[in-house]
Design a protein around this ligand. Structure first.
Ligand SMILES: *Cc1c(COP(=O)(O)O)cnc(C)c1O
Length: 372
């Protein structure tokens, strides 16, 4: 086995695809963080965490259906339902598990799933685990999706898309997808991990941007470790959807509930994300500032209005070298390589936070100009 593993790892190294988690020892200017609203270090979140730990202790002590479900979890679920304008919401330990749970609960062998080519890996894994027939359509190619739906004779059809695509930063064509879903009587699920809290006038995500409700998009999944700065995930929808998940989502049933103090902290975070509009406003000002100045400096950007701004480099070796050159200048911008992104599209993935300021964006631009 050791020989086999060594060979596999060597191949990864030779292809410039080897990955290592890194601890950053000194202070860097970080443009590779999903803490879009800058809530991860918020004093109110820290205070809630400490108070709730005093009240509830640390571990939940069990799964939700055994003894791990507390008032803190319940209140958070109510808050999440209100935040997303839905009847109910159900907490999961993380986004990966939420996607596994909801998709395997809703479809099986005689059904079909329709996925955008750029959907998050957890959605692809969930689709595989469900045993439904999988159809993947080219990124945001709605006419291709329509053709696949027209041809399918599956009992149930489930369309799944990211709201904001995690590596490109562009937004799904949700209005068109809703129309197609209605036409072909398909169910629609949106994973809005990078949209909730960030886009839409009130941070309601990609659905708010398109003015879509629970009738248009019956299954909404969101994460709590990105814009909300904490950890965890949820699915929001109708009474019947959530009751179904409680009965059958295995990644909900067979796992320990989140620590109650974490649930309490997320609730505080949701409240602040909603109230403190300046965070979104400032974030979007920074994005505009970055994009207009990058254009002046002829830095080629992808088409995105979200905090995720990619610069395609092409091959993995050059992308890694660009990231390392920035690192030497004190700036963290991670290189994203295959298989996270398609072959030949290795890139720098820049993300902005409400805690950045224009001077820091200038620093980033100055550093980018030197290496692009
Ligand atoms: C991050 C992410 C997930 C996974 O969420 P975690 O809570 O980090 O497990 C799922 N879907 C998308 C689109 C994501 O970006």
């Amino acid at each position: 086995m050791e020989t086999y593993l060594k060979n596999i790892l060597n191949q990864q190294k030779q292809a410039n695809l080897y990955r290592t988690p890194k601890i950053h020892e000194k202070t860097f200017l970080n443009f590779s963080n999903n803490d879009y609203l800058g809530l991860a270090n918020h004093p109110s979140l820290k205070a809630t965490w400490q108070q709730a730990a005093d009240k509830y202790g640390i571990g939940s002590g069990g799964s939700h259906l055994i003894s791990g479900h507390t008032a803190a979890h319940h209140e958070l679920e109510t808050t999440l339902a209100a935040y997303t304008n839905r009847k109910r919401a159900l907490l999961f330990s993380n986004g990966y598990m939420a996607n596994l749970g909801v998709i395997t609960s809703l479809v099986g062998r005689h059904d079909a799933i329709f996925l955008d080519k750029l959907n998050h890996a957890s959605l692809i894994d969930a689709a595989l685990l469900s045993r439904a027939k999988i159809h993947r359509y080219p990124h945001n190619d709605i006419s291709h999706l329509a053709k696949l739906l027209a041809k399918s004779s599956a009992k149930h059809k489930l369309i799944i898309t990211d709201g904001v695509f995690s590596m490109d930063g562009d937004i799904a064509l949700l209005a068109d997808i809703v129309e197609i879903a209605n036409k072909y009587q398909a169910w629609l699920m949106v994973d809005d991990a990078h949209g909730l809290g960030v886009i839409g006038n009130n941070g309601g995500g990609s659905l708010e941007m398109y003015n879509l409700d629970a009738e248009n998009v019956p299954i909404l999944m969101g994460t709590l470790g990105k814009a909300f700065g904490v950890f965890g995930a949820f699915v929001a929808g109708s009474e019947l959807l959530i009751e179904t998940l409680i009965q059958s989502a295995r990644s909900y049933i067979y796992t320990t509930a989140l620590p109650p103090a974490l649930a309490a902290t997320i609730k505080t975070s949701i409240t602040i994300a909603k109230q403190e509009q300046w965070r979104r406003q400032h974030l979007h000002e920074l994005i505009k500032y970055f994009r207009s100045n990058a254009a002046k400096l002829k830095i080629p950007l992808m088409n995105s209005i979200t905090p995720i701004q990619g610069i395609i480099i092409g091959d993995s070796k050059s992308a890694t070298a660009a990231s390392e050159a920035l690192y030497e200048q004190g700036i963290i911008v991670t290189a994203i390589r295959p298989p996270t992104v398609p072959q030949g599209t290795a890139r720098l993935r820049i993300t902005f936070s409400a805690l950045h300021d224009k001077k820091q964006v200038d620093e980033l631009l100055a550093a980018l100009v030197k290496i692009i």
